[in-house]
Design a binder for this molecule. Sequence first.
Ligand SMILES: [Zn+2]
Ligand SMILES: [Zn+2]
Length: 551
Amino acid sequence: MNESPSNLAPTALPQFEIVLSAGMHNAIREFLFRDSSREYMGVILAGVSETDQKVRLLGRQFIQVPSEDYQHQSAGGLAVRREYSQRLLRQCAHEGLSQIDVHSHPFGPSPNLWFSGTDDAHEQRMAEYIYERLEGSLYASLVMNQGYSKARIWLPYPDGVKEHEISSLVLAESPFRRLDISSSDKSDQPRLTEGERDIFARQVLAFGEKGQLAISKVAVGVIGAGGQGSTIVEGLARLGVRNLTIIDPDVAELSNINRVAGMTIEDGKAGIAKVEIASRTVRAINPDANVLAVKASVFASASIEYLKVCDIIVVATDNHATRMFAQRIGAQYLIPVVSVGVNIEVGDDGSLADVSGEYAIALPGATGWCLTCARVYDAERAAIELADAAEQQRWIQRGYIDGADVKAPAVSHLNGVVANLALAEIHNLLAPFKKFVSYLAYDQLRGELMPYTIERNPTCAVCSDSGLLGLGDLEPIPDYERTMGKPLDVSTVPEGRSDGGEQTEDEAIEQVTTTDSTVAINAPEAAAALPVDDFAAEITEGGDAETRSQA
Ligand SMILES: [Zn+2]
Ligand SMILES: [Zn+2]
């Protein structure tokens, strides 16, 4: 029988993971182990990504508890001043975020790391307090020694709070790592199957079995199954990626045959879905693969649900809006985004003016940047692509954009070169074998490869920690599918909303709080109602109860 916590869906318990933004893991470890004579503590403010199968806590911001805010601090334990704890709780409530307490057990790298009895008592009281007062916030904790990490989440049940182990710590950076931090027997953990051992034997010779295992554990979402997308999907399957989600609304036409990997002329005649062709290719390469073919627009709500549980998103389409959208999901859900694009331009005299392409790998967090920072897409073009049909028509008449019936030139070798440059770097991201090159452009006419260095804009609205970074389900995703390219039909605009535009904050809150499977979040109200001053009395009941970690 499955017990369910009172604010999660009444089914089997999901799998719990903590995802840290790029650079956060190092920042935490540097702070916690600056000196091994005493314990240190910090707090991760986190968004939440929730589906029935998986709950991810998304590390948005790491806050170091400053030395003046410890009541005491030694090798055997520490206590944080209550005013400081209150301030953090207030911030969580105000922003609707969840809280992950992090502390060190500074002695050695023993694998037998776990929370102490004092940790148990403190965290239980903290969890009871949070679930009583802060609707929508989750409470978890992470303990680290010099070699290992362990984590747990506390959840509310009718008869009190209970802890559940967090099984994975995901580092959304270079190298990308999916660390198994469960204390359970590892014998049932995913490993290479007998079949995979055979089919990937030749690359294991050079890149090792550990790297191959890392590749087999990740889930990659590919947006677009055309010339580049299909080539990348095939390459990922040959690399050993076992979990693939492929999203594309289109069916194959005869004119796709010059570049779509795995496509036959029969597929073109029959108008087979591009995602079906790509998943057929994957299954033919690796029968053990889990491949999900989603014949839908990336803007569809189902596509978003599939993408937010991926580890890496590849966007291989021919427009700006999908790149903007993929980056939004990547930043919000802490998922690295690989953008792949090509360009062929024919001059007025019929000569080739440009035959080029590029990939860009955007890592979410302090040591990364985003496609917005790198200007990989044009926000104005994206907005036009997302506009309704009438507005698009006006832009076409002004000559600003081409009509939808204008086809861009394409050739398979260009797609192939650029897709494979990106594949090599995805391989390197998962199983590092060389320096990470996050942005590389290819000029076919000149025969040149050009790496670029991108700087993160510290105030970027998308990828900074004052932007969307790590907000997860807290920030509603605009429903572009409703308006994009469609004639504006006033009968579909809900009453009381005149523009068919983005949700208001109230509507968004109503939506998240009335959906059973979604953690109810009502940040502004929670902040207003928060009686944080009660916290001190409750949490410190029992004398030295705040003292933690007497390991
Ligand atoms: Zn950015
Ligand atoms: Zn401890």
